[in-house]
Design a protein around this ligand. Structure first.
Ligand SMILES: [Fe+2]
Ligand SMILES: [Fe+2]
Length: 288
């Protein structure tokens, strides 16, 4: 993989990249980062005023605002994205620490969320559904493990946002658009923990839509990481069938009605292949 950074680059980004990889500076406004893991892929970061855009083989895969603030998230996204096809770097090798930190974060998410009658919270329910979908897709044990973690942490960016919005009239103000910003905040939180970087793409992209009208990056179709596409369906179904929908004034839906709504969103919000599998799983499972 070659990562190129073109344009005016914030010093903090340069410093950070220098620490992470071997950097060759061709001139003051252009950086080329070489990564020996994979030669065939090419990732490019282009900086324009207040955004940084990440391209994979010339195709836009993510766009970051306030680039100078989020340099770590950009880097984590780039690394995690380029590693997503199974190329795991040493970043994820610290198994024990990873389990502990991920476990603490997951516990925080559960604490933040309201439980249902059976004692499960939103992210736990989403995880149970996602795991069934992963099994149906023939995921390996390792892939399932990653899916479970990403599902448990998909809304981790919601932690603290409301409080910060209420009490801080300064820089966090630009995060007022909370429903959108929890995806960005989640990727920033996770980007601060190096051995959880491979969760960044799924968490960042779980509100992207198959038709490209989602957020935060407007990714389309298979540009959206597979784990994010899985989580998106389970997330929507859980919101429809549980208390969250009461906030929308329509009340929780029954299974049949919710499945119909999921099907209606095939090729709009969701990957049609996954919708088909999901409907089969839920229809045949009395426990859901
Ligand atoms: Fe979410
Ligand atoms: Fe969610």
């Amino acid at each position: 993989m070659t990562l190129e950074v073109v344009g005016k680059v914030d010093d903090r980004i340069v410093d950070f990249f220098k620490k992470m990889e071997q950097v060759e500076e061709s001139d003051s406004s252009q950086l080329v980062l070489s990564d020996s893991f994979e030669q065939s892929r090419s990732l490019q970061l282009v900086f324009k005023e207040d955004t940084a855009q990440l391209y994979d083989q010339g195709k836009l895969i993510a766009s970051f605002k306030w680039a100078s603030e989020y340099y770590q998230a950009i880097w984590a996204f780039a690394k995690a994205y380029s590693d997503r096809d199974g190329m795991r770097s040493a970043l994820t090798s610290t198994k024990w620490a990873r389990r502990v930190v991920s476990g603490i974060l997951q516990a925080m998410v559960v604490l933040m969320e309201v439980e249902d009658k059976t004692g499960f919270s939103h992210s736990q329910r989403v995880t149970k559904l996602a795991e069934k979908l992963g099994l149906k897709l023939g995921f390996s044990q390792k892939e399932l493990q990653l899916l479970v973690e990403a599902s448990m942490l998909h809304d981790v960016g919601k932690i603290g946002i409301e409080q910060l919005m209420m009490y801080t009239p300064t820089r966090i103000r630009f995060l007022e658009d909370m429903p959108r910003d929890h995806t960005v905040m989640g990727s920033i939180y996770l980007s601060t923990i190096e051995f959880l970087w491979d969760l960044v793409p799924a968490v960042r992209s779980h509100h992207e839509r198959w038709d490209g009208k989602g957020y935060p990056d407007g990714l389309k179709g298979e540009e959206i990481p597979l784990l994010a596409r899985i989580i998106a369906i389970c997330d929507y179904y859980d919101e429809l069938t549980h208390f969250v929908t009461s906030e929308w004034g329509i009340g929780p839906k029954k299974k049949d009605e919710a499945l119909k709504m999921v099907q209606d969103q095939s090729e709009k919000m969701f990957d049609p292949r996954l919708v088909e599998l999901f409907v089969k799983i839920v229809e045949s499972d009395q426990g859901i």
